[in-house]
Write a protein that binds this ligand. Structure first.
Ligand SMILES: [Fe+2]
Ligand SMILES: [Fe+2]
Length: 133
């Protein structure tokens, strides 16, 4: 296990927290599988993980657009950058079949990114959406 739900920053909008919690389960599962070295299973879970992230980001982006959130472009740019990293990683992973690439990325790249993103962009966005300021 890499990450517990308690370690995850909570935001003011519960629908967002729910999606983040689902992601924690997927990250832990994917990490354990990647560490086991099973390529096929890692690939399946990694594809599902990417799909979940795409849905996660579009959910937030739709809400921001509908509510004319002022920092929408900045928030979306952070999403787009990490998605780009994920697509590049998928290419490299499918070429090398090295499951450690995925485990390393989760541990060194994605989790620090996610915690920072939740503490900044998602926190401000959720406060705005719930009328906190
Ligand atoms: Fe989020
Ligand atoms: Fe976000």
């Amino acid at each position: 296990m890499l990450l517990t739900k308690e370690e995850l920053p909570k935001v003011a909008l519960n629908e967002m927290n729910e999606i983040h919690f689902e992601e924690v389960d997927m990250i832990n599962n994917l990490y354990d599988t990647a560490m086991s070295g099973d390529y096929e299973k890692t690939k399946k879970l990694f594809d599902e993980f990417i799909e979940h992230i795409e849905d996660h980001f579009s959910f937030e982006e739709d809400l921001m657009e509908q509510n004319e959130f002022f920092a929408y472009p900045m928030h979306k740019m952070e999403h787009d950058n990490v998605l780009k990293d994920l697509y590049n990683l998928r290419e490299k992973f499918e070429k090398t079949k090295d499951t450690k690439l995925i485990a390393n990325f989760l541990k060194e790249g994605f989790i620090p990114w996610l915690i920072n993103h939740l503490n900044t962009m998602d926190t401000v966005t959720a406060s705005f959406l719930t009328g906190g300021f």
